[in-house]
Write a protein that binds this ligand. Structure first.
Ligand code: KIV
Length: 272
């Protein structure tokens, strides 16, 4: 899957599905489920590494997890989902050279084919244009941008007229700057819908209503594995309960004496 195919999906009116992955198990699952794009999101900082925000995630960690994700695919390379990797906090905010080096490192050492970065400030636009000139496709990200949590919080964005106009303007600028698609997170559905109709590039929503060119979700949220679920991402499975039940069953099976003391043997323990 290539970035250009996503624009084709939009032209055909085919919904684009994007799921996050963070290791070989999660990538093999989302590949088998048929996701078009696998995002190695810096949400892994919270989902997998236990941080309170995405800010502590390093470039080394993103590379480590992206490589694991790419190793987890079972299909031949040409049939694998497109892998997009988040540029972590401080890997692109300090200027174009540092950003090219960070993005280049991810693409050079894995089969990721694009990067995602947040915002559309003038400095960010310079970075985006430079990356694209250097042959690195860029996915934009507006609305709730978790790397700005200390400014915006984890709450819905573009609630008032001014910020709605800003997001409409910024999205068009991201398209003009060469982004191949844009993630819109936690904004009113009407704004995402307007952008879907006005932009040539695909608009991928999360908490941005149903009228988008595609949807992205954090896989752990869909599977019900996350301890804290965002309001816009309902689990489709009680993953935590199912996992805990299975693990409890295994633990009980290793201690059959606790269930029925007369059946305990050392063999029955090692059989498990
Ligand atoms: O890091 C991430 O998983 C993301 C998605 C929520 C879009 O950026």
């Amino acid at each position: 899957m290539q970035t250009t195919e996503l624009v084709h999906f939009k032209e055909l009116g085919k919904q684009i599905t994007v799921l996050t992955a963070w290791d070989a198990i999660s990538s093999s699952l989302v590949e088998a489920a048929g996701a078009d794009v696998v995002l190695v999101g810096d949400s892994l900082g919270m989902v997998v590494l236990g941080h309170a925000t995405t800010l502590p995630v390093t470039l080394d960690q993103m590379l480590h997890h992206t490589q694991a994700v790419c190793r987890g695919f079972c299909k031949p390379l040409s049939e694998q989902p497109l892998v997009v990797c988040d540029l972590p906090f401080l890997s692109y905010q300090c200027g174009e050279d540092k950003a090219v080096e960070a993005a280049g490192t991810l693409l050079k050492n894995s089969s990721a084919a694009a990067v995602k970065l947040e915002g559309a400030e003038p400095e960010t636009l310079l970075v985006i244009k430079r990356l694209i000139r250097m042959g690195i496709p860029v996915m934009g990200h507006l609305g709730l941008t978790p790397q700005s949590v200390h400014q915006l919080g984890y709450k819905s964005q573009a609630r008032d007229k001014d910020s709605q106009e800003k997001i409409l303007r910024d999205s068009k600028i991201l398209q003009e700057s060469g982004c191949f698609s844009i993630v819109l997170e936690h904004i009113p559905g009407e704004i995402a819908s307007q952008l879907k109709n006005h932009l040539d590039i695909p608009v991928i929503g999360i908490g941005a209503g149903n009228d988008c060119d595609g949807q992205v979700r954090v896989t752990a949220d869909i599977l019900g594995l996350s301890i804290t679920q965002p309001p816009f991402s309902k689990p489709l499975l009680s993953g935590r309960e199912l996992c805990i039940d299975a693990l409890k069953k295994w633990i009980e099976s290793t201690n059959p004496d606790q269930v029925n003391p007369t059946t305990k043997t050392s063999e029955s323990k090692s059989d498990c």
